[in-house]
Design a protein around this ligand. Structure first.
Ligand code: FE2
Length: 349
């Protein structure tokens, strides 16, 4: 969430999740996590994935070793495997804000599935718990509902009970360009129907406290994923539009999609960049549009008017799901053929 929260003293009204029974997860679907774990997997793992999932082990990122030293027969096999890569649909939902955002998302999933038939569902959940951060209970609720990967941002560590969970659960990501010493990891790979989706979470360096630079970490993340993912979705959680546009250009042709989050206001610039990467500066917010980027509007306006601290609460008024649907072409890795914004009112009869 944006700078409004620098003065936030909001009521922590949704932290009732300590001690809850852990839900069963589906670890077999997650194919990896941090750089350190990738280092342990090594070349043997990459070869196995290429031959057992039906997806090419070739890569487009820096350091890719696709095809090097292979015989002609192997190259033919790899080409055949790439040709067999099916088209997939990615649904990415903008920042889920508070209980209203969670209800909007969960209550709209059947409709979203019917309308868009997503193969993968990725959600930014950094405001899911009372508008600030996320808890293990809420993350599990989202996973149980069918979310494949949760990305986060500048409120990642708001709730201390999530710190250990960020190391334990592979499919919840904090920005990869946080310090390596901070809990969690910034990349993972999930698989469905023989297609491997890599997800990378980054955070901007303008006006946000990111320990390392987003652009160089983006390159490092692609190197890590070079042979492990058929498609790559990047969530750039950033304040400055210029920084997100710049990252889109930096990654164009190397990833399937770069989607921006954090401002909670959707931009009208969704497009396919010349290299084939789907791009949007900000997806928007899954939450109450009747507030000020998720906060009750009377409280936000009072703080702006008086310049005095105001206790913030999460708005419940007029919840919407704001998302993008990205479709990929058959037989092409790390390319998109379309991106479309979804603005869906929720909770209306
Ligand atoms: Fe944020």
């Amino acid at each position: 969430m944006g700078p409004l929260h620098e003065l936030d003293e909001r009521v922590e009204d949704e932290r009732d999740d300590r001690g809850d029974k852990e839900h069963e997860q589906d670890p077999a679907r997650c194919r990896g996590q941090g750089i350190e774990r990738e280092d342990r997997q090594g070349e043997q793992d990459r070869i196995q994935r290429g031959t057992t999932t039906g997806a090419t082990p070739g890569g487009t990122g820096p350091g890719s070793s696709a095809g090097r030293g292979s015989c002609g027969a192997s190259l033919v096999m790899l080409r055949s495997m790439e040709d067999a890569l099916p088209s997939v649909t990615l649904l990415f939902c903008g920042d889920v804000v508070g209980a209203a955002g969670r209800r909007a998302l969960l209550g709209s999933l059947d409709s979203l599935r019917a309308d868009h038939a997503p193969d993968f569902l990725v959600v930014n959940g950094e405001n899911a718990a009372g508008g600030l951060g996320i808890t293990p209970k809420i993350a599990r609720e989202l996973f149980t509902a069918g979310v494949d990967v949760i990305t986060l941002g500048n409120h990642t560590y708001r709730h201390q009970e999530v710190w250990a969970y960020l190391d334990e659960e592979e499919r919840i990501l904090r920005p990869a360009n946080f310090l390596r010493s901070q809990p969690g990891h910034g990349t993972c790979v999930v698989e469905r129907g023989g297609v491997r989706l890599g997800v990378v979470n980054l955070q901007g360096n303008l006006f946000l406290d990111s320990g390392r630079t987003a652009f160089s970490e983006a390159d490092a993340a692609l190197h890590e994923l070079s042979n492990r993912a058929d498609h790559v979705l990047v969530d750039m959680h950033a304040e400055a539009t210029s920084e997100k546009v710049g990252l889109g250009w930096h990654l164009d042709g190397r990833v399937t999609a770069v989607v921006g989050t954090h401002t909670h206001v959707p931009t009208a610039d969704a497009r396919i960049l010349p290299g084939g990467t789907a791009y949007i500066t900000d997806v928007g917010m899954t939450g109450a549009r009747g507030g000020v980027i998720g906060v009750k509007r009377e409280q936000a306006v009072r703080q702006m008017l008086t310049r005095m601290p105001v206790r913030f609460e999460t708005s419940e008024e007029d919840p919407w799901v704001q998302a993008v649907v990205i479709r990929t072409p058959r037989g092409k890795r790390r390319r998109a053929e379309s991106i479309a914004a979804v603005h869906l009112p929720a909770g209306r009869p």
